[in-house]
Write a protein that binds this ligand. Sequence first.
Ligand code: ADP
Ligand code: MG
Length: 320
Amino acid sequence: MPSEFDLIARYFTRPTSHTRLGAGDDGAIVSPSPGMELVISTDMLVAGTHFLSNADPEALGWKSLAVNVSDLAAMGAQPRWALLAVSLPEADEAWIAGYARGFFACASAFGVDLIGGDTTRGPMNFCISIFGEVLPGQALLRSGATPGDEIWISGAPGRAALGLAHLRGLCVLEEPALSGCLEALHRPQPRLALGLALVGLASAAIDVSDGLLADLGHILDRSGVAATVHADRLPDAAARACPGHPALARQCLLAGGDDYELVFTAPPGRHAAILDLAGRLDLPLNCIGSITRQGTGDLTLVDAEHKPLPMPSRGFDHFA
Ligand code: ADP
Ligand code: MG
């Protein structure tokens, strides 16, 4: 049976590229780039809550870091370092090796050094803290939206929730939509290139972890504004993936979490620059509505004739 220290040395220690002192001591030492601000975030993945206990370890390794990278992307920050606290019921080396493969694949894809962590026995749980850099005062906040701004969404939201609905037997997806939705669920792509490019363009941003309307709602609350979203301008990937269940597809699009797309706002004068960015990044960016007035976070969904539509239940809340 490998010891805790064998596991750390074998699976969670890799050469670093921009770290003064990584794992192995009581603390890590890093030097932020001169003049940069640090952006720090943490996210926990708990078996049974965020993933099924039979989840593929490699996908889980990828996803547990990817959701943290996504938080920094939403801030417009470049991720640099991460800490990994894991609790595992047993030292299943094949499982841990798979997890580490996925984790480090994501780490190298987004330039993150793993610089330490904690390893204990217990119910399966992964808690990652991530540290990134941004030019002082330039981070994208939830609080910057103002009346007149346009609202944008990246990519093809709703697919991760549809993939989960398929696994739960709520619908049957056909190929190739099935593979795309499962990929979105298991190996989400944090929109880092987009987040970094939005610095100086967007007025506010958030990543969609809990559902498009719920997360847009956080921008509205923090900015003290109200908004209208046009249902007919929303990306139709979810509807196309699941033509047999339009109501489910719509629920996944509006309230399904786990896509890690970015919702952001920007002044209308930047519309052309944002479309240009979509072309450069080869990533769909759809303008789905606008910030209408100062207010208390009211969100109105309208159809093509501007008639209000019923709002789906908003999104995921662990304590609701
Ligand atoms: P301490 O007893 O001081 O808390 P630990 O024995 O928990 O230290 O950890 C020893 C070293 O291994 C530390 O540098 C710690 O950051 C690192 N470490 C522990 N678990 C992990 C992990 N899962 N991933 C990366 N580094 C880890
Ligand atoms: Mg110590």
